[in-house]
Design a protein around this ligand. Structure first.
Ligand code: ADP
Ligand code: ZN
Length: 761
């Protein structure tokens, strides 16, 4: 017998190895093995087992890693799909489905030494004092970890061993599982009585789960659960999970890394991992130690943990059989992995659900346009929860027109009089305020502070990016560029003061401190939150009322619940709005909605102030009215016009290198190759006699660029983008895979392919 092995080195091909007699019967598809490769020993994954091979002089497999096959055939299939669809080497895709803590050859269960008292045979011996002390402790405990005993009795292992020699105790090595939540005391929770909207939603989900797999197909098995924060989505997940368990199946729950807090995990453990009937809930995320991750993963693999909750990569958890996948906050950008394989966990979830006949529930208060579009096209089923469970009102959102606040000779103030007044009130009433500044913009747009005009690209309907050097404005999609105008281009305005004005949280903190010297202010952004604990501590202080005003970036936008926060201020909503990204409007809408959700979660109605230079921008106006549908309709018009996703599909090619000319030249070359291949593919499928079949995948291909990336030079690398748009992505994926395999680029220039890109920077 022979085994085909995908090696963990980037070779884009697989090799055959002989299965030696002593390993016969143990090597299976999905086994991790060590094999010789030239003079080296390399790890790999068995992708097939066969009787014979086309290759000769096969070398034998050296050994198997792990007692069980680590990659189940189903996950293997999923990994293959990822490799193909996301255009990456199969070994890269395979690598991503196993956590490092499991892949690592040395990773294993932790063995620890336990001490146990043995039944006494005969006379109890007279012991020296030190041994007697230890014995006294043991006689009471009967069983204890050796390390614990040594510490407790302030003794040495040697002394304990003496007791073993006397036949009084037994010291054995046993597996001791690392449980990251062992210290948490979790009270069991019971299913709640659902309200009518919840009942309807849950019924549709469970009906799909009950359907025989032969009739289960995507439209009826993938759901988008759209409901504002607090509308009871999580309760629906919990009850759907219970249904999966009743069916004897397992489930995966994905949450964004940032919301994978102890509170979130606790809600799931409280329902399933405590009380009389316990089902193990395994947690997978980056804050666990390698050992904990190893143990959690193997609990899943062994089928002991039936519910997995985790961030992005938990979508590969070896749950079998899989009944349900939940993707909470499905619109979150962190579900996209920004390095190869550049997969989107939500999309992988939908694909895995389809492959394994599992029902998929995507939930969000602000669904991605992609998912909502799929509902409209009948690919997903939409489930809606229209109200908060407690019937609490949505906060009142006031949009402040910053153009009105201009002071002669100076720019606009950081705080409008309205927001200033509102903060003063909160300080007097001892209520709390959150101020939010989106500072994701590395570079920014040029905006007229007098009329709100934004300099945009005539071709791409995107904001132009301001480049200090050379004072130019540039479109990073198509490469269009122009000089920074001397006066505002708006005919009716002609303000000579149009200029770039960046603003950071530090500046906001400074100004705020001067305005309200008596207030206790804390800033929370990536610059000051260096350690994990900082974050927790600031939030703790805020919760206990030690802070009056919290200033932050997107870090504070998500899922936090502070009953005493009655005011949320968004400093310059425009900063997020005019980023050179076709999703800028969508992101701003989501952000405003999320941030606004931070206000008024207690008994007092909340108030939100949105300061903007373009107050009438649809993203701001629809967010003000909490009108997702309205936003969707109008935003889709723009996407349709220019075939931006989800109206079309996109792929972003990035060329990167130290020499700008070479990068630019290579980008031109890649573009020509893509265009040539697209044309060739078209003619291949057009036979002479029969009428040419329509080939939408290639004939509708739009190639834009190359253009310098917004962050042209990062860490001494130059980056150029080419944006591809088409309706049939799998065909383009194929074409790009062929291309990357045959392309010859200069040695110091690299090409990255990003299918369905999220980060356009
Ligand atoms: P979401 O996930 O949409 O934010 P949750 O499921 O967390 O909403 O529900 C918000 C709050 O309402 C939670 O405290 C939850 O326990 C409670 N809740 C949810 N459904 C019900 C219900 N049917 N009856 C009473 N309380 C509920
Ligand atoms: Zn353009």
């Amino acid at each position: 017998m022979i085994a085909r092995v995908s090696l963990e080195i980037a070779l884009r091909r697989e090799f055959d190895y002989a299965i030696p007699p002593d390993l016969a019967g143990q090597v299976d598809v999905g086994s991790r093995v060590q094999v010789p490769f030239g003079p080296r020993k390399i790890l790999g994954v068995v992708t097939a087992v066969a009787e014979q091979s086309g290759q000769v002089n096969l070398k034998p497999i050296l050994k198997i890693i792990g007692a069980q096959t680590l990659i189940t055939p189903k996950v293997l299939k999923l990994a293959r799909w990822i490799g193909e669809y996301y255009c990456c080497a199969p070994e890269t895709a395979l690598k991503s489905v196993l956590p490092e803590a499991v892949r690592n050859e040395d990773a294993s269960w932790r063995e620890r030494l336990f001490v146990r008292v043995l039944p006494l045979s005969g006379e109890f011996p007279k012991l020296p004092k030190r041994q007697q002390d230890v014995w006294n402790l043991l006689a009471e405990r009967r069983e204890i970890l050796l390390s614990e005993l040594v510490e407790l009795a302030q003794t040495t292992a040697a002394t304990v061993r003496k007791l073993e020699d006397r036949g009084l105790i037994d010291i054995t090595s046993e597996v001791s599982e690392r449980d990251p939540y062992a210290r948490e005391h979790i009270l069991p929770s019971q299913p709640l009585v659902l309200n009518p909207e919840q009942v309807t939603a849950l019924a549709q989900i469970t009906r799909a789960m009950d359907a025989p797999s032969s009739i289960l197909h995507p439209p009826s098995s993938t759901f988008l659960l759209h409901g504002v924060t607090g509308s009871g989505k999580t309760e629906i997940y919990l009850q759907a999970l219970a249904h999966a368990l009743e069916q004897g199946k397992g489930a995966i729950v994905l949450v964004p890394e940032i919301s994978l807090t102890p509170q979130t995990v606790e809600r799931f453990k409280a329902r399933f991992s405590s009380g009389k009937v316990q089902t193990l809930v395994a947690v997978l995320h980056s804050h666990l130690s390698a050992g904990e991750r190893h143990d959690e993963w193997h609990k899943i693999r062994q089928g002991r943990a039936r519910i997995v909750i985790g961030a992005r990569s938990a979508i590969f958890a070896p749950v079998e059989p899989l009944g349900l996948i939940v993707v909470d906050e499905e619109h979150e950008y962190t579900y996209k992995q920004e390095e190869a394989p550049r997969y989107h966990a939500r999309d992988v979830a939908v694909m895995r659900g389809r492959m394994e006949n599992a029902v998929v529930v995507l939930g969000s208060a602000t669904p991605s346009l992609e998912s909502f579009y799929n509902c409209r096209r009948g690919k997903f089923t939409l489930l809606e929860l229209r109200q908060r469970v407690d019937n609490q009102k949505m906060p009142r959102v006031r949009v402040v027109d910053m153009r009105q606040t201009r002071r002669d000779g100076k720019g606009p103030p950081v705080f409008s009089p309205q927001l200033k007044e509102a903060i003063t009130q909160r300080l007097e009433r001892k209520e709390q305020t959150i101020l939010f500044l989106n500072r994701r913009g590395y570079s920014s747009s040029l905006i007229c502070e007098k009329c709100g005009h934004v300099c945009g690209c005539p071709n791409c309907s995107l904001a132009l990016t301001y480049h200090r050097s050379g004072q130019v404005l540039r479109c990073h999609i198509c490469g269009y560029s122009e000089q920074v105008p001397a006066v505002c281009p708006n005919e009716k305005c002609r303000n000579p003061g149009i200029r770039y004005s960046g603003l950071g949280t530090q500046k906001v903190e400074e100004v705020l401190g001067k305005l309200f010297p008596q207030a206790r202010i804390r800033r929370m952004d990536a610059d000051v939150m260096k350690r994990k604990d900082d974050y927790r501590q600031v939030l703790g202080d805020f919760r206990t009322g030690k802070i009056d005003i919290l200033i932050g970036t997107q870090m504070i936008a998500k899922g936090l619940h502070f009953p005493n926060v009655t005011l949320v201020g968004i400093i310059f909503a425009d900063m997020a709005l005019h980023m050179p990204d076709f999703r800028a409007g969508e992101r701003t809408f989501q952000l405003l909605t999320q941030v606004a959700g931070r206000a008024g979660r207690g008994d007092v109605e909340g108030e939100v102030f949105v300061q903007a230079f373009t107050p009438f921008h649809p993203a701001i106006q629809y967010a003000r009215r909490h009108d997702f549908l309205g936003f969707y309709e109008q935003e889709m018009e723009f996407r349709e016009q220019l075939k931006y996703p989800p109206a079309g599909r996109a792929a972003l090619l990035t060329l990167k290198g130290r020499n700008e000319d070479k990068v630019k030249f290579s980008a031109e070359y890649v573009k020509r190759e893509v265009e040539a291949k697209a044309l060739a593919a078209k003619s291949e499928t057009a036979p002479d006699e029969t009428p040419a079949p329509v080939n939408p995948g290639i004939s509708d291909l739009m190639v834009t660029g190359p253009a310098p990336a917004p962050l042209l030079r990062a860490e001494n690398y130059y980056r150029y983008h080419i944006l591809l748009r088409t309706r049939a992505m799998s065909r383009l994926s194929q074409l790009l895979a062929q291309l990357t395999a045959t392309l010859t680029l200069p040695e110091d220039v690299t090409l990255a392919v990003d299918i369905d890109p999220v980060d356009m920077g």
